[in-house]
Ligand binder design. Structure first.
Ligand code: UT7
Length: 329
């Protein structure tokens, strides 16, 4: 019997309408459009405004659109995995809430937290459920409302992040397409450089933690940058080498969008020209778990069946990963 692989059979994304530009940020913190563009490549990002809206609302929109696009009924979905660092609440899982809001009555759902590598870790996990043959239609959602954990008085971080959600549908195939190979890694000793200080079991929320702004993103940019540049490039090169893929074989690199300079370094290391790199950081910033599906969604029409695509990410934890995908449609 031929091997069952998980193929990506659809992609969709949802971004909130409000656009926060570098110009508006100039009025909020001591920064300039010039600094932001030259250091990060970001020009604007989308922000989810309004009371009572969370990551699940963006995720549910992405999922509902995905079902419509792929002609899939909500009750056909067996499993939904949500990758997020900004869950609606500590529990239940945001995946549960997305499933409810999108009407997935027969799916079991859970969340994965691997910071900016979360979407890749969720795809790797989901692909295993498909490869066993037990599950036929699995959705992976990557979504984050980063504005909910961003301090808009801290210029080091508030210029970086945006809100969005993206979703893909995975289905079984016996063709030589789909998720072909995966690499994932973590190093928890990197946690000190990028984290949220309070709100978990280690330091539950108190008036003091709120006053000390410990419920916002804490990042030491330079060490994270250093690790990200080498790790994302290493892991992308490694997946090519071990599968005998040359730069000519690659149709697209789909990198996590944290910083244009990290993306450029990864592409250089792979020997892949800029025309083959999906880059939309200038319009969305770093949307954490949504960056990769957001790219796939925007480039979907250019992709052809059989295209070799490398997904690559690096994030807090530290976490990193790469996936070789043969596009399925
Ligand atoms: O997605 C998860 C993983 N995260 C990442 O991959 C992020 C990795 N890190 C980065 O992308 C970069 O480190 C940042 C974009 C966060 C910062 O860029 P940088 O080139 O590393 O800048 P820096 O932190 O070394 O700061 C350089 C200067 C400092 O001023 P002094 O000390 O030289 O006077 C900062 O205070 O730039 C200053 N600065 C700013 N100036 C204007 C920092 N933020 C800003 C700002 N506007 N927004």
């Amino acid at each position: 019997m031929s091997k069952i692989r998980a193929k990506i059979s659809g992609v969709n994304a949802w971004v909130p309408p409000y656009i926060l530009t570098n110009k508006e940020l100039e009025t909020m913190v001591d920064t300039t459009d010039d600094w932001i563009v030259s250091r990060t490549g970001i020009r604007e990002r989308h922000i989810q405004k309004g009371e009572g809206l969370g990551t699940s609302d963006m995720g549910a929109e992405a999922v509902k659109g995905l079902l419509e696009k792929t002609g899939t009924k909500p009750e056909e979905i067996d499993l939904l995995i949500c990758a997020t660092v900004t869950p609606d609440m500590m529990f239940p899982a945001t995946g549960n809430i997305i499933s409810d809001k999108a009407g997935l009555r027969n799916a079991f759902s859970f969340d994965i937290n691997a910071a900016c590598s979360g979407f890749l870790f969720a795809v790797i996990t989901a692909s295993k459920f498909v490869e066993t043959g037990q599950y036929k239609k699995v959705i992976v959602v990557g979504g984050d409302k980063m504005s909910g954990i961003t301090d808009y008085a801290t210029r080091e971080t508030c210029i970086l992040f945006g809100d969005a959600a993206g979703a893909i549908l995975l289905e079984p195939t016996t063709e030589e397409i789909g998720i072909m190979d995966t690499i994932a890694g973590t190093d928890g000793s990197g946690r000190n450089y990028l984290h949220m200080k309070a709100g978990g079991s280690l330091k539950p929320p108190t008036h003091e933690t709120v006053d000390a702004k410990e419920h916002y993103i804490y990042q030491e940019g330079q060490p994270v940058f250093k690790f990200a540049v080498t790790r994302m490039a290493d892991v992308s090169a490694e997946i090519m080498e071990r599968n005998n893929l040359t730069a000519d074989d690659i149709a697209y690199l789909v990198p996590h969008q944290a910083n244009l300079r990290i993306i450029d370094a990864t592409a250089r290391r792979m020997g892949v020209g800029k025309e083959k790199v999906m880059i939309n950081i200038e319009r969305y910033g770093n949307t954490t778990d949504a960056t990769i599906p957001l790219c796939l969604w925007e480039w979907e029409k250019k992709l052809k069946k059989g295209d070799n695509i490398i997904l690559a990410a690096f994030g807090g934890g530290f976490t990193w990963g790469s996936i070789w995908v043969k596009w399925a449609y």
